[in-house]
Design a protein around this ligand. Structure first.
Ligand code: TZP
Ligand code: MG
Length: 215
């Protein structure tokens, strides 16, 4: 899917978390992400009423489209279809990837979280049904409840064997992103470090600079 070029060409994949955004709403936070040049954004809001999610996503789809950025929705296939998002991100206990692909059609991006080697092998077998995989949590994180860090050995494994592009996720911050990169990750999903920053635009630019200087 051609929009995956945005995933491949940009190291930072940002994800919303309004509860961690220091009183700012998702519209404001995504506006800052776009201002910083982010091209791949995931909407992740598990607790809100569906109507609020829908209204917010209608606006976010418009904003991301205008900025030439890709907008992916976590968990909610119906919401992604209702607002014509660019894709969906699912986990291991969501509907099977084949089923989600049938629902969203051939043109949308589909991402799948993986946490261990057997899940990566199954993801590899899915071929074109999915577009990218998530690998993590790399480090401990407060953002996702019950998240158990996978450790670098799994990141190494994904770097070696993943047939899809992968995004490392979980506890990634400016101070450790180069360590994750040293295990072969090229794309990094970051939640709290970015949405909770006082100056989101500066934080993103600073993380990008840190990465560039080390790579
Ligand atoms: N999946 C694995 S870890 C995680 C998700 C959604 C949360 C990562 O958040 P943070 O704040 O970047 O650690
Ligand atoms: Mg999910």
């Amino acid at each position: 899917r051609k929009e995956m070029e945005h995933f491949i060409n940009n190291p930072i994949y940002t994800i919303t978390a309004e509860a961690m955004s220091n009183g700012r709403n998702n519209i404001e936070v995504v506006g800052k992400m776009l201002e910083a040049g982010i091209k791949f954004i995931q909407y992740r809001e598990k607790e809100k009423p569906a109507l609020e999610r829908y209204q917010e996503c209608m606006q976010l789809v418009k904003m991301t489209k205008e900025a030439g950025a890709i907008f992916i929705i976590d968990d909610f296939v119906d919401l992604a279809m209702a607002v014509n998002a660019d894709g969906v991100h699912i986990g291991q206990t969501d509907l099977p990837p084949q089923v989600v692909r049938q629902l969203i059609g051939e043109d949308k991006i589909l991402g799948l979280s993986t946490h261990e080697e057997s899940q990566l092998q199954k993801a590899n077998e899915l071929g074109d049904i999915i577009d990218y995989i998530g690998v993590g949590p790399v480090y401990a994180t407060q953002t996702k409840k019950d998240a158990v860090p996978v450790g670098f050995s799994y990141v190494d494994y994904a770097s070696k064997y993943a047939k899809h592009p992968f995004v490392a996720i979980g506890g990634i911050k400016e101070h450790n992103i180069c360590e994750v990169a040293s295990h072969g990750a090229k794309t990094f999903a970051i939640v709290s470090e970015i949405v909770s920053a006082d100056d989101i635009v500066n934080k993103i630019k600073s993380i990008e600079k840190t990465l560039q200087n080390k790579l």
